[in-house]
Write a protein that binds this ligand. Structure first.
Ligand SMILES: [Zn+2]
Length: 464
């Protein structure tokens, strides 16, 4: 079921009310908790009630999505949404996000495509916030579509072409592909991608504003399929590996947001893209790769490939002065062992930056948890044959050692603050959760957008 927002329905079939009133639920012996729904037939039209404990953004998203999922069980195609609780501006945005995200379906490959037309009755003053939420949900669903596309249909070149299409919106987009990566010293991406007949690519998108209040760089890992390479994954661990491009796809979502909203920021976006496959030409355990910043890396596992792509992008991103450098990557299974499926790991070189991310994540509901850049674990990356190994010796703290590896490629003379988000858990789901169905969630695109808004607002205030 895909939701289509309309101003006015042509044939109203059902009313759906998001409410904080418990009575109807209690009368039916249903425990009134957020996300509980009930279909009642006491008027001229069927009515769905969806309980929402309070008007917090996260509860509103859940209640809105649950309401749609209840309707999905019926054949109804046109519904009016009403809200019977006190809505704030944040709440209006979250309500739209819940409807947009809950009403998402990846039906590209399905014969049966079902649409649900939705009219939302909302106070005129709150309409701009609601519309903002609709746009954010659209961008998130665009990211989800990209992540959900199977690997064969979305090799590096296809994602690069998607980036090139942003030129129409006024972006400066540069794509380097195949052998040229090697010539330009983008050696991590080159080595990881050279085992596939789909050539690797490196995409740079530049967004510029007239009076930039801050300079940022965003990096997203784009492994379009990760078989592990010669350090082959077992079949079960490979099934979802089309999702290993989720970081890069979320960067494309951010680019769309920037080009639409045009905030007063300068943002460079980098997407290193490669397909990690075993082949006669693949990179091998024992290989040593010397990166452009001089750091040599001995490969121990070809399945710790994402960090090699990110290394190229982090070097490139920190060649110029940046207030913030952020990278996002489905990087380690260890992060999921540490934090579970639903929380991303957050590594920061600055407490202020960490606090900014935690603040925006409380609004977006895309959960983050700080993990330490524990230098005592550095010894896990030692080798006699190069400056560092690509993966750690021991199995403990794998998310941390991956972050420590990345840190070697961030030039702190140019970069004021760096954050690394390990999104391995929440980028892709096996089953439904909150307002997401199984598959790609689009995370952390909403958090990145909210973060950019926060940076702009803070810098605005500082300059006044
Ligand atoms: Zn891997």
């Amino acid at each position: 079921m895909k939701v289509k927002f309309v101003e006015r329905l042509s044939n109203l079939q059902c009313v759906c009310c998001i409410t904080d009133k418990k009575e109807v639920f209690e009368k039916l012996k249903i425990k009134a908790e957020t996300g509980k729904t009930v279909l009642v037939m006491d008027g001229p039209l069927p009515k769905v009630l969806s309980f929402c404990e309070d008007s917090s953004p996260e509860n509103l998203r859940k209640a809105a999505a649950s309401a749609l999922w209840k309707l999905e069980e019926t054949q109804l195609e046109e519904v009016k949404i009403e809200v019977d609780l006190k809505l704030t501006s944040d709440g209006a945005q979250a309500l739209a996000e819940g409807l947009g995200l809950g009403g998402y379906a990846f039906d590209k490959y399905k014969n049966e495509k079902k649409e649900l037309y939705v009219e939302v009755a909302i106070n005129k003053d709150l309409k701009p916030y609601f519309n903002e939420g609709v746009e954010i949900a659209e961008i998130t669903n665009y990211v989800r579509d990209l992540v959900n596309i199977p690997a064969t249909d979305a090799p590096p070149e296809a994602i690069a072409e998607e980036a090139l299409s942003l030129r129409e919106m006024g972006a400066e987009v540069k794509v380097v592909m195949g052998e040229r990566l090697k010539d330009l010293g983008l050696v991590g991406t080159w080595h990881v991608g050279k085992g596939s007949k789909n050539p690797p690519a490196f995409v740079t998108i530049k967004y510029k504003s007239e009076n930039p209040l801050a300079k940022l760089a965003l990096v997203g890992k784009g492994v379009t399929f990760d078989s592990g390479g010669l350090s082959l994954k077992p079949p079960a661990s490979m099934e979802d590996m089309k999702c290993d491009k989720a970081g890069a796809c979320s960067i494309l979502g951010v680019a769309k947001y920037l080009l639409k909203k045009r905030p007063n920021l300068d943002v460079n976006l980098y997407m290193p893209l490669a397909e990690n496959l075993p082949d006669g030409g693949s990179y091998k355990p024992g290989d040593v790769i010397v990166f452009r910043n001089g750091v040599s890396v001995e490969i121990h596992s070809t399945d710790a490939e994402g960090r090699l792509l990110l290394a190229d992008a982090l070097i490139e991103a920190s060649t110029q002065k940046k207030d913030y450098l952020i990278d996002v990557a489905t990087l380690t299974g260890a992060c999921m062992v540490a934090l579970g499926r639903y929380t991303s790991g957050l590594f920061c070189t600055s407490q202020t930056l960490c606090d900014m991310f935690l603040k925006v994540s409380r609004f977006t509901g895309e959960k983050l948890w700080p993990l330490p850049l524990d230098e005592d674990l550095e010894k896990e990356l030692k080798t006699d044959f190069a400056d560092t190994r690509n993966n750690a010796k021991g199995r403990y703290g794998g998310a941390i050692t991956a972050a420590l590896f990345l840190k070697k490629f961030v030039d702190n003379k140019n970069v004021k603050a760096w954050a690394h988000l390990d999104i391995a858990g929440p980028a892709f789901l096996e089953g439904s959760w909150k307002y997401y169905k199984s598959g790609a969630t689009g995370q952390p695109v909403r958090t990145l957008i909210k973060f950019l808004e926060l940076v702009e607002a803070q810098e605005n205030r500082n300059q006044q």
